[in-house]
Write a protein of this length. Sequence first.
Length: 346
Amino acid sequence: MIKYLKQVVGIDVAQKELVVYFGQLNDELRIEMKGFKTFPNTLDGFTKLVSWTWKLKDSSIPVYFVMEATGVYHESLAYFLDTESLEVSVVLPNKIANYFKTLEIKTVTDKTAAETICRFGLERKLDRWKRPKKIFKLMRQLTRERDQIVMERTVAKNQLHAELSEAEPHERSIVRSQERIRLFDQQEKEVLAELIALVKKDESINKLVTLLCSIPGIGPLTAIIVLAETNGFELIKNKRQLTSYAGLDVKEKESGTSVKGQPKISKRGNKYLRKTMHLPALAAIRHDQRFKAIFTRLVARHGIRMKAAVAVQRKLLEMIYTMYCTQTPYDKNYLKSKEELLSEAI
């Protein structure tokens, strides 16, 4: 008699639908794909998904619902399943992407993506998803709202510049553009004030933001965005995973002597994390000797300033995670102190 060791519902989440595979791992360590179905990404669809799963599952062992962290589209489903006290696992997209490369699947569709997620869940150890603290969700909503306001203000400023540069500018158009810019300025101030008040209410988050601001180039807004976009590093296990989640990991293509592509960052991760590290990296290069030395060394090696700046962004992000793990402020004399201790020991 076949005995099942594990059963997983792999879910590829899109904006309007859920593409689902149900699979089981038996005692011979063979994977059996038992069912495939699509459901609407709505509350009614969630209920039907659970009912469908109950018809296929072995009641003697738990069922794991596994999905990717796909922007915000997976959140409603994850919250629903967690409310029902079901086993939920949310996996970082880069993990699924790397696993997909190991399978003999040539076509990438929603169906093959759901099957890949299901197989990943059956083969790998899963961490149970926990609801993020409400403060991180609110922080993310506010920081993303501010980002949208800044982008819209930039568009308005460009339009105003174009209007002012015309031969015969229309006065009312200029006035309306200026009014829009003032509105965006006011809205940004309101969002920032709400964000600061929110952080100050939580003593632990406020303390953590202050700690991260000890790193050169990192201000309160950058620290808040990093914490918001990672849910307080909830899904992050190491620095390499963090840089991959941000899309700052290096992608290389090299085979023998004939195929040798230029190394470049993947840009497959969280765009908000990548974006927020740009200006802090430039500030760190200008004002901190350690990061200036890293930047100078890399520019001397390959002559590409932007590539060197991206390396500093990656280094800064890794340092933020290190500060979070150690709960120790940044020490600009750390390397110097280490060298002095080594020389004394010798």
